[in-house]
Design a protein around this ligand. Structure first.
Ligand code: BTN
Length: 454
C-alpha cells in the first residue's frame, strides 16, 4: 500500500488484482450459523468469507428472534451470509457492498439458499447511499484494521473488505450516513462489529458493548449496539424551577424522562444541603429507574461517570461518592433520590454543573466547566443524556446494563484521584462493593464525609 496519498490505489491496481485473483477458482463452504441452519456459500476471490466475526454477528442476530417483516440493512454484505440468515429469520433485508463481486456472490448465494433480499452496489460514501427509507436494524461488520497498521501487500479489493480506509474511522462515516440519510427508524438499533473503541462517542447515539471475541494473537473484536438515547421519553428545558429532582419525583413519567434548567431556586445537595444555583449553572435530572431491587449506590456513581465521559478531560476526577473535581475544586455534584409508591421505587438522578466562573463568595472554592472546555448548556445536556442512556438505559432489545463494567471504570477514576484516609490510616489499595460502597480493608464505608482523599 502506498501511504500518505489521498487515493491509495488506482483503477489499474484493481484490474491487476482482479486478474491475479481470478486465476484462482471460487471457494465454496457450508456455513452453519446456528445448530438449526446451514447455508451453502460460493466465495469468489476478493470477497470476504464468513469468519468468526461473522459467526458472532450471526449469533447476536439469531438471539434477536424472528424478524417479523422488520427492515434490516446490512452494509458490506460480502458473500451475503448474514443477509441470507436474516432473510431466513423473517427480516426484510436490504444489503450493499462496494465490491461488485460481493454483490454478485450475495445475489447468487441468496438464490441458491432460496432466500430473498435486495442487494445493491455501494456503501457509506462518498457516493450517494444506495438506499432510501428507514431501517429497524442496521448491521455492519466493519473493516477493522486501521489504515496506519497496514504495512504493504493488500490489493484494493482485499483492502475494502479488511481495512478501515477512513482516517476518522468508518464507524463515524456510517453514523453520519445514517443521520444524513435518516436511515434509522424510530426505536431502531445499529450493530457495529469492530475493534474496541472503534465507534466514536457523540451525542446522537447511545452505545453499549454486547459481545466480544478474542483471537489467539490477542486481537479483540466486539459488537456494539447503538440507539437513540431514551427515545421514548420526554425531555424538557425550563428557564427556572425549584429543583429538577423535585420536579421529577412529583411527575408521573417513564424511565428516561428528563428535565434541565439554568436556574434552580431550591436546588438540593446531598445530606439535605442546599445546592446553590450560581449564575449560568447546569441542573438536570432524569428518572433512571422504576421498580424493585434498586442499587442507588451504583446509579449515583454512574451519574459521576456520565459527567466524566461528557467532559472527557483527564484532569477531571471523581471524588467518591458524588463529587466531580477539577484541580481539587468541585465542579459538579450528583444526587440520587427515590420515592416509593405501590411497592415500586422511582429513582431520580440529578446532576449539577458549574458552567461559568463566578465572583460570588461561596463557603468553599469551586471550579467551573469553562476552565476546561467550551460547551454550552444544550451541548452538555444532550451529551449527558446520551452517556446516561449508554450506562443505564435498559430494554429487552438492548445489551444488559453492565454494573460490573461501571464499577471498574469508576474505581479507576477514584484511584486516579488519590487514596482514601479513614480514621487516620491511608489505604493505597481499596475497592468498591457491588452496592458502590468504599471497601477499605475490613471496613465498608457508605458515607463520603468520613473520608479524606490524599
Ligand atoms: C451534591 O454534590 O451535594 C449533589 C448536588 C446535586 C445537584 C443537582 S442539580 C440537579 C438536581 N436537582 C437538585 O435539586 N439537585 C440535583
Amino acid at each position: 500500500m502506498r501511504k500518505g496519498e489521498n487515493s491509495v490505489f488506482t483503477s489499474e491496481d484493481a484490474t491487476l488484482e482482479i486478474n491475479r485473483l481470478f486465476e484462482k477458482d471460487s471457494d465454496e463452504l457450508e456455513w452453519e450459523p446456528n445448530k438449526n441452519q446451514k447455508f451453502r456459500l460460493v466465495i469468489p476471490p476478493t470477497v470476504y468469507p464468513p469468519r468468526e466475526d461473522t459467526d458472532l454477528l450471526a449469533r447476536r442476530l439469531t438471539s434477536l428472534g424472528p424478524g417479523r417483516g422488520r427492515k434490516l440493512l446490512e452494509i458490506g454484505c460480502g458473500t451475503g451470509a448474514l443477509t441470507i440468515l436474516a432473510a431466513s429469520l423473517g427480516w426484510q433485508v436490504s444489503a450493499c457492498d462496494i465490491n461488485p463481486y460481493a454483490v454478485a456472490a450475495s445475489r447468487g448465494n441468496l438464490e441458491a439458499n432460496m432466500q430473498k433480499a435486495t442487494i445493491r452496489e455501494g456503501g457509506v460514501g462518498p457516493e450517494k447511499f444506495p438506499y432510501q427509507g428507514q431501517f429497524d436494524l442496521i448491521v455492519w461488520n466493519l473493516p477493522y484494521i486501521p489504515l496506519d497498521q497496514v504495512d504493504s501487500t493488500l490489493g484494493p479489493m482485499e483492502e475494502a473488505a479488511l481495512i478501515d480506509t477512513d482516517y476518522k474511522g468508518l464507524a463515524l462515516r456510517l453514523l453520519n450516513c445514517v443521520k444524513n440519510n435518516d436511515l434509522l427508524s424510530k426505536l431502531g438499533r445499529i450493530l457495529i462489529l469492530g475493534r474496541p473503541n472503534s465507534v466514536p462517542s457523540q451525542a446522537d447515539f447511545a452505545i453499549r458493548k454486547w459481545d466480544t471475541l478474542e483471537f489467539d494473537d490477542g486481537e479483540k473484536l466486539e459488537i456494539n449496539c447503538l440507539w437513540r438515547p431514551y427515545e421514548k421519553s420526554a425531555k424538557n428545558y425550563v428557564e427556572i424551577t425549584g429543583s429538577t429532582n423535585d420536579d421529577l419525583l412529583n411527575f408521573d413519567g417513564p424511565v428516561g424522562t428528563h428535565i434541565s434548567t439554568s436556574h434552580q431556586t431550591s436546588g438540593r445537595g446531598r445530606r439535605d444541603r442546599t445546592w446553590k444555583s450560581i449564575e449560568q449553572c447546569y441542573a438536570g435530572s432524569w428518572i433512571v429507574e422504576i421498580g424493585k431491587n434498586i442499587n442507588p449506590g451504583l446509579i449515583q456513581l454512574s451519574g459521576g461517570l456520565a459527567v466524566l465521559k461528557t467532559v472527557n478531560d483527564k484532569r477531571l476526577n471523581l471524588k467518591w461518592p458524588n463529587d466531580i473535581m477539577f484541580e481539587n475544586r468541585k465542579m459538579s455534584g450528583v444526587l440520587v433520590e427515590g420515592r416509593t409508591s405501590n411497592g415500586n421505587t422511582k429513582v431520580v438522578l440529578g446532576i449539577g454543573i458549574n458552567l461559568k466562573s463566578t465572583d460570588e463568595i461561596l463557603d468553599f472554592e469551586i471550579s467551573s466547566l469553562d476552565e476546561i472546555v467550551d460547551l454550552d448548556h444544550k451541548e452538555i445536556d444532550s451529551k449527558l443524556n446520551c452517556n446516561l442512556s449508554s450506562l443505564l438505559e435498559s430494554g429487552s432489545d438492548l445489551p444488559p446494563v453492565d454494573f460490573e463494567d461501571i464499577r471498574e471504570e469508576v474505581l479507576q477514576h477514584m484511584k486516579d484521584f488519590g487514596s482514601p484516609n479513614y480514621n487516620g490510616k491511608t489505604y493505597e489499595d481499596f475497592g468498591l462493593s457491588k452496592y458502590g460502597e468504599l471497601i477499605l480493608g475490613e471496613n465498608t464505608i457508605d458515607d463520603g464525609e468520613e473520608i479524606n482523599w490524599i
